[in-house]
Design a protein. Structure first.
Length: 136
């Protein structure tokens, strides 16, 4: 009977110690996340050439829930651009100049324009010819 009580006391003590250690570790992790969210982004002058693309996330019923714009450069990398005058350049090849930032998170790099000072529409690339009709 004494062994049962002794084993029970040890199990309870170890489980309480584990729970207390977990609670002590969580506030440190939350503090680090808050520090990351509140840090200032350093902006720099950026000039990037690419094509403006419109992205939409839709609800289940098909109505748009969220719309954003991105610039896809020659290396097929995505750079987010703020809404505004970029809407009239969707599908066009442009040269965008403005203040932007680069953010690295979880091994991924994200670039975005914070403000745009100039958008220059470049000459459209010639359309690719259609495949010849072989009559089959």
């Amino acid at each position: 009977m004494k062994k049962v009580w002794l084993v029970g006391a040890i199990v309870i003590t170890l489980s309480m110690a584990g729970a207390m250690a977990k609670d002590a570790a969580e506030p440190v992790a939350k503090a680090d996340k808050k520090a990351d969210a509140t840090r200032e982004l350093t902006t720099e002058e950026m000039t990037i050439t690419g094509t403006i693309d419109k992205m939409e996330k839709k609800k289940k019923d098909g109505t748009p829930m969220m719309t954003w714009f991105r610039l896809i450069d020659e290396d097929c990398r995505e750079i987010r651009v703020p809404k505004g005058e970029v809407e009239k350049y969707v599908g066009c090849k442009v040269k965008v100049t403005g203040q932007g930032y680069t953010l690295e998170k979880k091994g991924k790099t994200m670039r975005a324009f914070k403000t745009i000072t100039n958008i220059e529409k470049l000459a459209d690339a010639p359309a690719t010819p259609a495949a010849p009709d072989t009559g089959k």
